[in-house]
Design a protein around this ligand. Structure first.
Ligand code: BGC
Length: 435
């Protein structure tokens, strides 16, 4: 968007029309980091005289952490004094997702058991077994449906593969009492949806897998659950829509919200409109040298402010977490436009007080439904509002090198926003900034 604007302005100048150009927007540099992009009126210095290791850095969507234990990578989160993580409250969202599915089963108990065998069977698409958000969602579904098994104080989150007879060791058969009657719930199958090239949360894999599950279980499948909407919608379109089997996802992508009208069971909004704002806002604040809470918990000079019911900040984790909301047949009309900026933080910043800065930002996998269809369009709306000139890099979802190769000269940028392929890999990025 900004590039197009810059090109249009450059063209206008060449044609001698510069006098009529300008409008209400600051002129964007066409070459991030060049002197043109960091003019002398910028108060906080040019990228040239600030070491890359001291520039603002935000991790988003994949929290630096150990993918086996979930332990946070505090070195990465404390990389410098202007480092933060932005994500959402995974446990609160996971509870909501489980509750949403349980509520649906309860409300539809008379018709939910399609083959009348007394067992409510569900299948579960897992995104990434080493990703905290995915793990939380698997746990949330199992907890709500009473199929969870605890080990060392945590609910097991492994995939069961096929569990036709209920003998899997990662789950148990659950018991639900609804209307005074007891029902058995079984996780018939679950699998990490990883493609042969290694990309996780893979929608196409989920679309194929539902076919395999249906050929094994047929009308034993009463509910389809998914760690996200990308995989959920692939299964819905491939099978459950036509067979009227309620399917539940996560993310509130626009296509999934719209599909609720056609029988998609529901989804969870992780308030991407708040997360995308926070992702860029923490950088803006650090670049402006103002209190980090500006425009977040405290109104900024344009009136932007978030209320405590949509986010929380955990200082010990250097992390901002957006709060989740369930989206079902009752309220989906309010969520149809998934890429609209959140109104309380949609006020344009003044370009003199908040001059344009250059940000390098990557999306770990350009094929990820949530990140490409929801998160990035939101970021692109907020970058204008916050006067940030963001260069967007889309990864292949498989290797960090595919992304880091495109950060050849970090000195060109004022700040960085990073979405890792694997949550263990923060050093692939910080090493570049430390050079
Ligand atoms: C989203 C997923 C997405 C993943 C990527 C999660 O927060 O819910 O849809 O694939 O992030 O890291």
């Amino acid at each position: 968007m900004k590039k197009t604007l810059a090109l249009a302005l450059a063209l206008a100048m060449v044609l001698g029309l510069a006098a009529c150009g300008g409008g209400d927007k600051p002129q964007q540099p066409s070459n991030p980091g060049s002197n043109a992009g960091t003019s002398a009126n910028q108060p906080t210095g040019t990228p040239e005289n600030i070491a890359n290791k001291d520039k603002p850095l935000v991790w988003f969507n994949r929290q630096p952490s150990n993918s086996s234990t979930g332990e946070l990578d505090m070195d990465a989160l404390n990389f410098n004094k202007d480092t933060y993580y932005v994500g959402f409250d995974a446990n609160q969202g996971a509870e909501l997702q489980g509750q949403m599915i349980l509520d649906y089963i309860t409300a539809n108990i008379d018709s939910i058991d399609r083959n009348g065998d007394g067992v409510i069977g569900y299948v579960l698409a897992i995104g990434d077994i080493g990703h905290n958000d995915s793990i939380a969602r698997t746990r949330g579904v199992r907890k709500a449906l009473d199929t969870a098994i605890e080990e060392g104080g945590n609910i097991k989150s492994d995939a069961v593969g096929i569990n036709a007879d209920g003998s899997a060791t990662a789950v148990k058969d659950g018991k639900l009492t609804i209307g005074g009657k007891e029902y058995t719930v079984r996780e018939l199958a679950s699998q990490e949806m990883k493609n042969s090239a290694g990309a996780t949360w893979d929608a196409a894999t989920a679309g194929n897998t539902i076919g395999t599950w249906v050929s094994t279980f047929g009308d034993q499948i009463d509910v389809v659950a998914s760690n996200n909407d990308g995989m959920g919608m692939a299964m819905f379109n491939a099978w459950s829509k036509e067979n009227k089997v309620p399917t539940f996802g996560y993310d509130a992508n626009a296509d999934a919200v719209a599909a609720i009208a056609d029988g998609y069971g529901g989804t969870i909004s992780q308030h991407a409109d708040v997360q995308a704002y926070l992702t860029l806002r923490v950088l803006r604040n650090a670049l402006d040298g103002v209190d980090i809470d500006t425009g977040i918990g405290t109104p900024d000079d344009a009136g932007n402010v978030l209320s405590p019911d949509v986010f929380k900040y955990v200082d010990a984790e250097r992390s901002y977490y957006a709060l989740n909301v369930a989206v079902t047949a009752d309220n989906y009309n309010d969520f149809l436009d998934a890429t609209k900026p959140y109104a309380p933080v949609a006020n344009q910043l003044d370009a003199t007080a908040h001059p344009t800065k250059n940000v390098w930002l990557n999306i770990y996998n350009s094929a990820d439904n949530f990140l490409s269809a929801t998160y990035q369009p939101l970021l692109q709306n907020y970058d204008d509002i916050l006067n940030l000139n963001v260069e967007y890099i889309g990864g292949d979802g498989q290797t960090e090198a595919n992304i880091t190769n495109r950060l050849g000269n970090p000195s060109q940028y004022d700040a960085f926003a990073i979405n890792m392929v694997k949550t263990d890999n923060s050093a692939s990025y910080t090493a570049l900034l430390n050079q």
